[in-house]
Design a protein around this ligand. Structure first.
Ligand SMILES: N[C@@H](CCC(=O)N[C@@H](CS)C(=O)NCC(=O)O)C(=O)O
Length: 211
């Protein structure tokens, strides 16, 4: 299998953590990919042109992080990250979907931050920031109900790591966003869960080292 993804210094993607959890490191060829580069080979594989994209040995591709996580989760013998059925499955999928939305919403903000400030849209930015804060508030309510490790939790760690890594630089480049906003202030449940999770080995060791 070949994984097209974008290694980021100081960051472990959810897909990397899932690969480690599943013990599939030796079965996956990692292909560092810049999806925003014109001429990226990714465009010929996945019409959405997004990372992560997984090309199977059959030549078929899978895309959408959560689709890839579930496929990888079907390939190991440890406890499943995706519960097979019942209320726990829907709770977990909802949590993973929300965390994926947190990541996607923040990516939209990053893309907006690439524009000169005179071309940025303050109303749009405020709306995206509002969604991010609302998701953090929902996580604050959800964390006390977390049970055994599942894909909802893993996607949440991945999204929060990315947010924490890029928040200050992104908000400095945006109009109307205060870079001093502390994402974890007044969210003690979330901070108390996230900080030790982020220190776990699977979140400290990316699959590829990047300069
Ligand atoms: N939630 C999505 C995120 C995918 C995503 O938005 N990837 C970005 C990278 S940050 C991308 O490839 N963007 C390229 C583009 O929008 O053309 C997933 O996990 O599949």
């Amino acid at each position: 299998m070949k994984l097209y993804y974008t290694p980021i210094k100081g960051y472990v993607h959810t897909v990397e953590a899932v690969i480690r959890y599943a013990g599939l490191e030796s079965q996956i060829e990692l292909i560092p990919t810049k999806p925003f580069d014109t001429g990226t080979p990714l465009a010929a594989i996945n019409p959405l042109g997004k990372v992560p994209t997984l090309v199977l040995d059959t030549g078929e591709y899978l895309a959408g992080g959560p689709v890839i996580y579930e496929y990888l989760d079907s390939l190991h013998r440890r406890r499943r990250l995706f519960p097979a059925k019942g209320p726990q499955r829907w709770r977990t999928l909802r949590q993973a979907w929300m965390a994926d939305g947190l990541f996607d919403t923040f990516v939209l903000l990053i893309i907006e931050s690439w524009l000169p400030q005179t071309e940025q849209r303050p109303v749009y930015i405020a709306r995206l920031v509002g969604k991010i804060m609302a998701i953090l508030d929902q996580l604050e309510r959800d964390v006390p109900g977390y049970d055994r490790l599942d894909i909802g939790q893993m996607r949440t760690v991945g999204a929060l790591q990315f947010l924490r890594l890029k928040w200050v630089a992104t908000s400095k480049a945006l109009i109307g966003v205060d870079p001093a906003i502390d994402l974890f202030a007044n969210r003690p449940q979330l901070a108390g869960w996230f900080v030790p999770m982020a220190r776990k080995k699977m979140y400290r060791q990316p699959l590829l080292l990047v300069e």
